[in-house]
Design a protein around this ligand. Structure first.
Ligand code: GMT
Length: 383
């Protein structure tokens, strides 16, 4: 198949999922065309049947905000026509699903058609999408997609609850490359960081408010207060970074907290972790937690959104109420002070991650694409 994948190129989860999906489809022999305003972060090196199409859009003094959605729709039309795409898969509804609808209508004028699949990822529904300034357009664009997928049962239900959706939504979860994300030998790294065998707690995010990175610091502070010697590694960067650093200064724990910034080889860092913290206020799936679990790291998370579908309480880690950093601290201490428990949770975490293995999920997407193409073709064929 010739498949167009429209995505955000940044470190966010939807961009990672879309890029890894495209790479996986290309390995199976499909021709994949990534479409975005910049080269996706995870799209490194040269791949035989992968192309990247950059959406350029010109500024004009009249535009305070150049209309990216229109430039994107024009690019879609061009690529669908000239690369003879069989299907267009857009990740994150805003504005991708809307641009796809526009492109489809333009193509219809010349008798061409393109099946469109929209994957809902998270904040496109839970935070940005429900905002009245976007909601009618998001509803319309989802209903006009030929296929709609969501990354968890939770997101599927939220979409039905908050929008007037007439389409069937298929749940296709996030996935993981178990070969890449596995615990590897990093003893030199661990020794350099923790010369006295200190425990390592890790948090990875884009440091947006919704990630509640400050809660991570509070939990870590509780761990230190219990007498456990430990370090906290904060991976990623974003708007909350300064606030979090200020809190570390107030608590006088800066010497124990390392801000590592954006990192490519997260699996190396996860390989030395004893515990992963994800205290998010909203999380439709929690790809960062899956990456940790795949590296055999137990997860301490909130019981919010799709996280309970991934992190099994008492088995792969623990789930706590939003903002309850005292209980989170207690669970963290119980894991870090009991080697037997830590090992049991680690092994279970890896086993749980195996249920989200990349190839199984790509199979799911492939068969879903085929069913959408079949339905679109059938409805276009005169009886
Ligand atoms: O807001 C973000 O964290 C980024 C966002 C995205 O769409 O780029 O991530 C969402 O999609 C990921 C991939 O499907 C999910 O694993 C994340 O849970 C989800 N984030 C939120 O719901 C906050």
């Amino acid at each position: 198949m010739n498949i167009g994948i429209v995505l955000y190129p940044t470190y966010g989860g939807s961009g990672v999922v879309a890029t890894e999906l495209g790479k996986g489809l290309a390995k199976r022999g499909h021709n994949v065309h990534f479409i975005s305003y910049a080269r996706p972060m995870r799209l490194d090196g040269f791949h035989e049947n992968i192309s990247f199409h950059e959406v350029s859009f010109s500024a004009y003094p009249l535009f305070e905000y150049p209309p990216y959605d229109l430039a994107l729709a024009s690019h879609m039309v061009d690529i669908i026509k000239h690369q003879k795409l069989d299907l267009l898969h857009v990740h994150y509804a805003i504005p991708h699903a809307t641009s796809a609808y526009l492109a489809k209508q333009i193509l219809r004028e010349s008798g061409a058609s393109i099946p469109v699949v929209t994957t809902l990822h998270g904040t496109d529904i839970t935070i940005v999408g429900i905002d009245p300034s976007y909601a009618p357009v998001v509803t319309f664009s989802i209903n006009k997609s030929d296929g709609v997928t969501a990354v968890s049962e939770y997101l599927r239900e939220e979409t039905y609850k908050h929008f007037d959706i007439t389409k069937e939504i298929e749940v296709i979860p996030n996935f993981i490359d178990l070969k890449r994300f596995r615990k590897s030998e990093q003893s030199h790294f661990k020794k350099a960081l923790c010369p006295n065998g200190e425990k390592v707690l890790v948090h990875v995010s884009n440091f947006r408010e919704v990630k509640r990175v400050s809660d991570t610091v509070e939990v870590f502070h509780n761990v230190l207060k219990s007498g456990i010697k430990a370090h906290l590694l904060l991976v990623g960067d974003g708007p909350e970074r300064q606030k979090v650093e200020n809190r570390c200064r107030e608590l006088k724990i800066c010497d124990k907290v390392r801000f590592l910034g954006k990192q490519e080889k997260i699996e190396d860092i996860l390989s030395i972790a004893d515990l992963f913290l994800i205290p998010s206020g909203s999380e439709t799936f929690g790809l960062a937690a899956l990456e940790a679990m795949s590296c055999s790291v137990p997860v301490l998370s909130t019981n919010i959104g799709g996280l309970p579908e991934l992190n099994i309480h008492g088995e792969t880690g623990y789930l706590c109420d939003l903002g309850d950093t005292d209980t989170m601290g207690k669970y963290a201490v119980s894991i870090l002070s009991d080697d037997g428990l830590q090992k049991k949770l680690s092994a279970n975490a890896r086993k749980r991650a195996e249920q989200f293995e990349l190839n199984q999920v790509i199979d799911h997407y492939e068969s879903y694409y085929k069913s959408v193409i079949h339905d679109v073709t059938a409805s276009a064929t005169p009886q």
